[in-house]
Design a protein around this ligand. Structure first.
Ligand code: AMP
Length: 111
């Protein structure tokens, strides 16, 4: 989608601090971190919401979670991390391209 900021990052049209990339996903540093480690895992395919999942996207989401788990120790997340997917305006979703926030690198509060 030509106006989507995460599509532009995936296409290399906007710079990002990438920590991982393959043919179907990328992981990069959030530009406004709310934890010592704050990364975003983004599928290269554009879709906005979990309600748009189909069989292929369900499998992709599973591979994204597995990739996060396998990379965690090398990303400073060996003591644990939190995954967040904001869905919709009232949940605080500002970029309408599905993404997983990866938070950690410190003790996280749960309030
Ligand atoms: P959300 O509010 O769940 O939609 O999350 C969107 C996230 O994208 C926010 O945490 C932003 O700080 C982050 N963000 C927006 N633009 C960029 C960018 N160009 N590079 C990295 N992170 C970004």
């Amino acid at each position: 989608m030509e106006t989507c900021i995460f599509c532009k990052i995936a296409a290399g049209e906007i710079p990002s601090s990438k920590v991982y990339e393959d043919g179907e996903m990328l992981i990069f540093k959030d530009i406004a971190p709310i934890a010592k480690v704050h990364l975003l895992c983004v599928p290269k395919e554009h879709f906005a919401y979990l309600s748009e999942l189909n069989g292929a996207r369900e499998a992709l989401l599973g591979r994204m979670m597995a990739k996060i788990a396998s990379l965690a120790p090398s990303l400073g997340l060996e003591d644990g991390y939190r995954l967040v997917i904001n869905q919709g305006e009232s949940a605080g979703q500002t970029v309408h391209h599905l993404h997983i926030h990866i938070l950690g690198g410190e003790t996280l509060k749960w309030e």
